[in-house]
Design a protein. Structure first.
Length: 319
């Protein structure tokens, strides 16, 4: 008995309709000059539901996928949409390959391109009350033997084990610095290390001056007041994890929000065994988008398609 292939259950026509609706919510516009003086111009020969257009303003042709990440591939659109859906469910490349009946190496190329498109999203801008913290993730050079050779050692045959404590990119335990606005968005950055020369530009890029920043007692945050931020410290080294400073019964000084997000991130990365340093920022950036999206399942898929085909107009939902 032949098993049902999930690709056979996806309607190509609805995939193209979804792309058109999310790319041009107010009507088709020319991908070259942005004019709305557009006429239909037949269908693509290889994909019957792929609409072609001609612009009356610039007299140039385009179609539903022109200048999008879905253009120029031999795999049909519905395969890419399914792959994106499975990525939103956090399936590994191996699992996606089994579902789509594709080689894992081919799926890896597809997911890499899709993640690269998603992480081009605008950097969140945070203000008011912001928590900051960092974690360290073990990441070597899996799939990059040339880098291993430059380090003068043989490739590992067993899983890379990180040293205890804080790490660096060079030490194959890169730090991830995270900022989260309470009741708002999160921003994450994979860094070479956590020196102040690296941390300060991240604050200036993400956190508005004058915001109140909550952090632990790591010394890299000691200069926050000089950088233009009010800040409060929770002293983890002394066994303190939350403090009611104004005695109103609410323990407002803490970094529990960002630490909860770290737990989610570790769970998110777990199915993807052996993520390399070269790709870690793509996985972290994809998780950041999913967290800030506040959607799951089919609703998340719509947001993922929208950020890929219409990034200029995409706006995340507010809490």
């Amino acid at each position: 008995m032949e098993l049902v292939n999930i690709r056979q259950l996806i309607d190509p026509q609805r995939c193209f309709e979804a792309v058109r609706q999310l790319r041009w919510p107010n009507g088709v516009r020319c991908s070259h000059c942005d004019s709305d003086q557009v006429n239909r111009n037949g269908r693509d020969e290889s994909q019957a539901h792929r609409q072609r257009y001609i612009c009356k303003a610039c007299n140039r042709s385009f179609d539903d996928l022109t200048d999008t990440i879905f253009e120029g591939h031999h795999k049909p659109l519905e395969v890419w949409i399914l792959c994106l859906y499975f990525m939103g469910l956090n399936l590994s490349n191996s699992q996606i390959g089994q579902e789509l009946d594709l080689p894992e190496s081919e799926v890896q190329g597809m997911t890499k391109q899709l993640r690269e498109g998603v992480v081009k999203k605008p950097i969140p801008q945070l203000n008011e009350e912001v928590e900051v913290d960092e974690i360290y993730v073990v990441a070597g050079h899996k799939g990059h033997p040339e880098v291993v050779a430059q380090k003068g050692r043989e490739g590992r045959k067993r899983r890379l084990k990180g040293r205890r404590g804080r790490g660096t990119m060079e030490g194959e335990k890169p730090p991830i610095v995270g900022f989260v606005q309470r009741c708002g968005e999160v921003a994450m950055f994979v860094c070479d290390n956590v020196q102040r020369s690296i941390i300060r530009p991240l604050f200036e890029k993400v956190v508005a001056r004058g915001s109140k920043v909550f952090h632990d007692d790591y010394g890299i945050y000691d200069d926050l007041e000089k950088w233009g931020y009010e800040h409060k410290t929770v002293c983890h080294s002394a066994g303190e994890y939350a403090r009611d400073e104004d005695k109103d019964g609410f323990f407002e000084v803490h970094v529990n929000t960002i630490e909860g997000i770290w737990s989610l991130l570790r769970s998110w990365l777990r199915p993807h065994r052996g993520i390399s340093q070269e790709l870690l920022h793509l996985y972290v950036g994809f998780f950041e988008f999913v967290y800030n999206c506040h959607r799951r399942g089919k609703k998340l898929l719509s947001s993922l398609i929208e950020i890929l085909v219409n990034p200029e107009s995409y706006q995340p939902e507010t809490r």
